[in-house]
Design a protein around this ligand. Structure first.
Ligand code: GEM
Ligand code: ZN
Length: 375
């Protein structure tokens, strides 16, 4: 029996893997920080054996409450992923599964590889409606790519979407894949109406270094990018630095920052109620956006989510707060669950890449609903 991780986003510590009935593992922290929760590994040589995999340090995960009611995902081909029996007891996360083949993968959530990312860029450019620009290089020298879709007319509204500041939140890039596919569909009336009035600036992966490394939350320098927006630096957070510079060049009329949440089993948004300039205009836009989003997707809801920030108490180092304040615009953090969406549960798959992709498609309807009121 063998456990391996030498592939894109592979991450686990093996303590002992001799006995299939007692495989001892640990969560591996991000490469330059203490955040730990993401795991992704390959198990070989255990076909038809009842495998019991214990993560002995699960209680020290970044979000231990993320293990409550959580089920890990598994795949034989890395394309079709399904949930497997998982329990969290006495600080130990245990996956119990009998593989039906000699090679099987287990992960925290459905991965989105760097090859998929590069293919996403190529497919978008191939549409003839999308321009790829390089904004700069990450800490480890990977490209930070911006996709620009639209006529870039001076009068155009500017809609910005960033995703995967936190690399382990792979649902964010699945979401962008869905949003892009619909936006680039010349037969889609919502997409056509949007591109008549707006130019879209989309960064499908803010953190490619952390993604390849199998980090949960930080870039290769150990920076949590969603805490770098007030004072990014090229040395520690070039990913934020270069995107922020481009935003200051283009302006922003609407901003969505796409994330995943380890604990809350729902799809929800978090706005800018805590930034100094928050006012009735933005509050009205938020209501309009959420109503349209709920009409476009039963997977979206506004009952469960983060506690509202008190007036003036927003954390201004976060993307949504900084962008909302800097540009006095509608700005949302959009969260999808690592677990499942409890108002539309799917026992076989939970929340997954395809549901994230469909939500990205639906988000365009919500964006269209507020476009006329953005300025
Ligand atoms: C959050 S995203 C911002 C949370 N916003 C409010 N208003 N509480 C983070 O960055 O910690 C969660 C995530 O990473 O998805
Ligand atoms: Zn996040």
């Amino acid at each position: 029996m063998k456990i391996s991780t030498q592939f894109d986003a592979g991450a686990v510590i093996v303590i002992d893997a001799e006995n299939p009935a007692d495989i001892r593992l640990q969560l591996r922290p991000d490469n330059a920080s203490d955040f730990a929760q993401w795991f992704y590994f390959r198990l070989q040589g255990a076909a038809y054996q009842n495998c019991v995999m214990h993560f002995e340090n699960a209680a020290s995960a970044a979000y231990p409450a993320g293990w409550e009611e959580y089920q890990a995902v598994a795949s034989y081909d890395r394309q079709n992923w399904f949930r497997v029996p998982t329990r969290y007891e006495n600080g130990v996360l245990t996956i119990e599964h009998t593989p039906l083949a000699n090679s099987v993968y287990y992960a925290y959530f459905e991965p989105y590889s760097h090859e998929q990312h590069l293919n996403l860029l190529g497919d978008a450019q191939g549409s003839g409606l999308c321009q790829i620009d390089d904004l700069g290089s990450t800490v480890e020298g990977r490209d930070i790519n911006l996709l620009t879709i639209g006529n870039q007319a001076a009068s155009d509204l500017k809609v910005w979407v960033t995703a995967r500041q936190h690399p382990g939140e792979t649902m964010a890039e699945w979401f962008v894949e869905g949003l892009l596919a619909r936006l680039l569909d010349p037969q889609d009336p919502t997409a056509r109406a949007l591109l008549d009035q707006a130019t879209f600036y989309i960064v499908p992966n803010m953190n490619p270094d952390g993604s390849v490394r199998g980090n949960l939350r930080t870039n290769a320098a150990g920076a949590n990018l969603n805490r770098e927006w007030q004072n990014p630096t090229v040395a520690r957070s070039p990913e934020v630095y270069y995107v922020r510079e481009k935003m200051l060049e283009t302006g922003v009329d609407l901003f969505l920052d796409i994330h995943g949440d380890e604990t809350i089993p729902f799809v929800f948004v978090a706005g800018t109620e805590g930034v100094p300039s928050y006012n009735g205009r933005i509050a009205e836009l938020e209501i309009r956006f959420k109503n349209a989003f709920a009409a476009a997707s039963p997977d979206f809801q506004d009952e469960h989510g983060y506690a509202k920030d008190a007036p003036g108490q927003a954390n201004m180092t976060m993307a949504t707060a900084w962008v909302g304040e800097q540009f006095k615009c509608l700005a949302y953090t959009l969260e999808m669950p690592f677990k499942d969406n409890d108002n539309l549960p799917d026992d076989d798959f939970g929340w997954n890449g395809q549901r994230s992709l469909r939500l990205g498609e639906a988000a365009l309807s919500a964006i269209l609903s507020v476009l006329p009121q953005l300025r």
